[in-house]
Design a protein. Structure first.
Length: 205
């Protein structure tokens, strides 16, 4: 490799730099060809029969969550103070966005609300269902168990008053092994929590 007008020492340095750049490009190409993570979504809770119908319209804002849950990774809790993420797995979107979408769908599937939607959809809102995701994880202390806990508030959008608030929690044992078993347990626990939040809301308003 010739570099006219460059000393031998500088030539050696340039050659080493070229080799390093070549190796970096090779590693980058290999990384881009790595197998993608398995991607999972959440089911919509089953249609509810018991709660009464309402002529009110409901807004479901984006749920809040701590940083560990405000992403697309599946949380595994090893202890009260230690968490990890499920390898080679991810949610199809940020977890709060998925929870919001599935809560809206669960309300819609009841056929018992005049309207339900997300911010920016132009509804004349009567009530907001404000939620905070407290837990959405596989607990590994003892038997592996899916734990989903969501705290919900019903806010009267006309006067800014919270008319009710409650924590909803469901646990479901993991049956089977592998990532799919973990996600299926989380999906089942969330479906129960979503159904409970919707039934409570319709009964309360």
């Amino acid at each position: 490799m010739n570099f006219p007008g460059v000393s031998c020492g500088r030539k050696a340095g340039l050659i080493r730099a070229c080799i390093l750049l070549s190796l970096a490009a090779t590693v980058s190409a290999c990384a881009s060809k790595a197998a993608p993570n398995d991607t999972y979504s959440l089911s919509t809770a089953p249609v509810l029969v018991g709660p009464p119908s309402t002529a009110k319209q409901i807004l479901v804002p984006d749920p809040t969550a701590l940083k560990a849950l405000d992403g697309d990774q599946v949380v595994i809790r090893l202890s009260n103070s230690e968490i990890q993420y499920l390898a080679k797995s991810q949610w199809s979107d940020r977890l709060p966005k998925m929870v919001q979408a599935k809560l809206v769908q669960t309300f819609e599937n009841t056929g018992k609300v005049a309207g339900v939607g997300k911010p920016g959809e132009g509804l004349a809102i009567d009530y907001q269902v404000i939620t905070n995701i407290r837990a959405f994880e596989i607990a590994t202390q003892g038997a592996d168990t899916a734990v989903v806990e969501i705290f919900a508030k019903i806010l009267n959008d006309r006067n800014g008053t919270v008319i009710a608030q409650k924590a909803f929690k469901a646990t479901l044992p993991v049956t089977g092994s592998g990532n799919l078993a973990f996600v299926a347990a989380l999906d089942g626990a969330f479906a129960q929590v979503a159904a409970d939040i919707v039934a409570w809301t319709l009964t309360t308003i």
